[in-house]
Design a protein around this ligand. Structure first.
Ligand code: ATP
Ligand code: MG
Length: 331
């Protein structure tokens, strides 16, 4: 049997080039080799944004996210895309798991500490502390073997493994211990040169940006701050414009030539950026075409999520009945 994968996103906004290199590109490959479940974790957004106006935006954000997935080539015929809140069994499993983890263990999870600090949360909710417990329920509900995550989320998979072990020890073996699958690609810098392209920093090129927007953003990109005139020798290493050329320009010869001329001071930033904007637009062109094709199909998103839900719920009902049987709870 093929190994199972669970990974996904919270519906908090449009996906960008950083998401593409950091997770989407590998998902498109993984879907051919593994049985993939891609979760849209809407309940997880409530841990930090329970306000009504934010909750009401979730359904349109979810649609955009599914379109982002489809546009990069995630194929619902190969992978299962589903919405967390449409699988209520996950809440039961999360409740049971919550009894197997100590509060002090959760308080030590580094991502939670960061979140509480960054968002200046004075009194973290019970739900926020339970964030990684709910995630463990998502993962173990489908009995996933592998969990592709960024480096920062490895601690969540570790906690999931602890929960699986604890459950199996107390009640008998029901769950596999999933392994994290950490991508090797470095974090993509933002157009402002900050070390991470991120929505909250406002330094993103989105997969859904139109060509003119890409051009506008590229032309204002941060380059080599030490270089004043186009005739000054410039730095290529660590220069965001060249990092993007390496990542998105398929014409490697052009990239090498530009680097060479940049180092010698025989090409200006404007030419390097024009060529970059064209390269990114070429890269995005098939993505845009797919997006357009799918957005033209009335009801397609609902259909995909509906099928995903059916498929996951079959797994969920079966997992939960094994859980209850193992524990000796009434079925
Ligand atoms: P943003 O930071 O834009 O608000 P987000 O908060 O939804 O996005 P993160 O939790 O920061 O998303 O990242 C989710 C996953 O996406 C990460 O684990 C990583 O794999 C990938 N990712 C996001 N931004 C980048 C980036 N700039 N470079 C590489 N990978 C990224
Ligand atoms: Mg982020």
């Amino acid at each position: 049997m093929r190994k199972r994968i669970l990974t996904g996103d919270r519906p908090t906004g449009k996906l960008h080039l950083g998401h593409y290199v950091g997770s989407l590109a590998s998902r498109v490959k993984l879907q051919d080799e593994y049985e993939c479940f891609f979760i849209i974790a809407d309940y997880h957004t409530l841990t930090t944004a329970p306000e009504k106006e934010k909750v009401r935006r979730l359904s349109s954000l979810t649609r955009e996210l599914v379109l982002d997935y489809l546009s990069v080539g995630i194929d619902p015929a190969k992978a299962t895309i589903y919405l967390q809140s449409q699988v209520p069994e996950v809440c039961e499993l999360s409740l049971i798991f919550g009894m197997l983890v100590g509060i002090s263990r959760l308080q030590r999870v580094p991502t939670l500490k960061d979140m509480i600090r960054d968002l200046k949360i004075e009194n973290p909710s019970f739900g926020l502390l339970g964030y990684p417990v709910l995630q463990a329920a998502d993962i173990l509900m489908v009995r996933a073997n592998l969990v592709p995550v960024g480096k920062d989320q490895v601690s969540h998979v570790e906690l999931t493994r602890e929960i699986a072990r604890k459950f199996n020890k107390l009640y008998g073996k029901v769950f596999p211990e999933p392994e994290p699958l950490v991508g090797e690609v470095p974090t993509l810098v933002g157009i402002d040169g900050k070390k991470k392209m991120s929505k909250s920093l406002g330094n993103c090129i989105f997969l859904s940006d139109p060509p003119e927007e890409v051009e506008r953003k590229v032309m204002m990109m941060y380059t080599d701050p030490a270089r004043i005139h186009p005739t000054d020798p410039g730095h290529v290493e660590g220069n965001p414009v060249f990092i993007y050329h390496d990542a998105f320009n398929s014409n490697k010869e052009e990239v090498e030539e530009l680097k060479d001329r940049y180092r010698k001071g025989t090409v200006g930033d404007v030419e390097v950026k024009r060529k970059l904007a064209r390269a990114i637009n070429d890269f995005l062109s098939p993505i845009r075409k797919r997006r357009e094709a799918f957005s033209g199909k009335e009801g397609i998103i609902e259909e995909i999520l509906g099928e995903g839900r059916e498929k996951v719920r079959r797994e969920a009902v079966s997992t939960l009945s094994r859980v209850k049987k193992a524990m000796g709870l009434a079925l």
